[in-house]
Design a protein around this ligand. Sequence first.
Ligand SMILES: [Zn+2]
Length: 152
Amino acid sequence: MESKPVVCAVCKHNGKQLCDPNCCFARHFMPSNLEDFQIVKQHFGITNFTKLVDKVADDQKDSAIESLVYEATIRRMTPIEGTLGAKAVLQDKIRKTIKELVRAKRKLESLKSTKTPITTPPFVADFDLNVVPVMENSTDSKEDNSKTGGSR
Ligand SMILES: [Zn+2]
């Protein structure tokens, strides 16, 4: 069975029957993924889009195409702010994350300075589980014992 030659959406738009072997658009705009092509076409126009990509060095064309697709997608979602709006949202998240990090660092430092013992205190090991503890500072501890039928 012979596989049918496939042409990317950009080459097809430009009247080609096949992509060149080194077509930089083939990985991004195959017939199975035409949504990105439509977004780019609406935002830039294919002629302008291909001119922008042609200006870029070959090893950076993939990044340029992804960037332009991203820009067109964001512009479609937020026509007023565009990528600037997306940048502002990300900067706000970074600011909040830095504040949270500073708070967590301060809390960690305060916990380190309290010198809380990590080992089990000796009195816990000798504690009799059958005896209900009575608080020495409590003024009504005797009343509590009488109500519960304390065994002391
Ligand atoms: Zn192509």
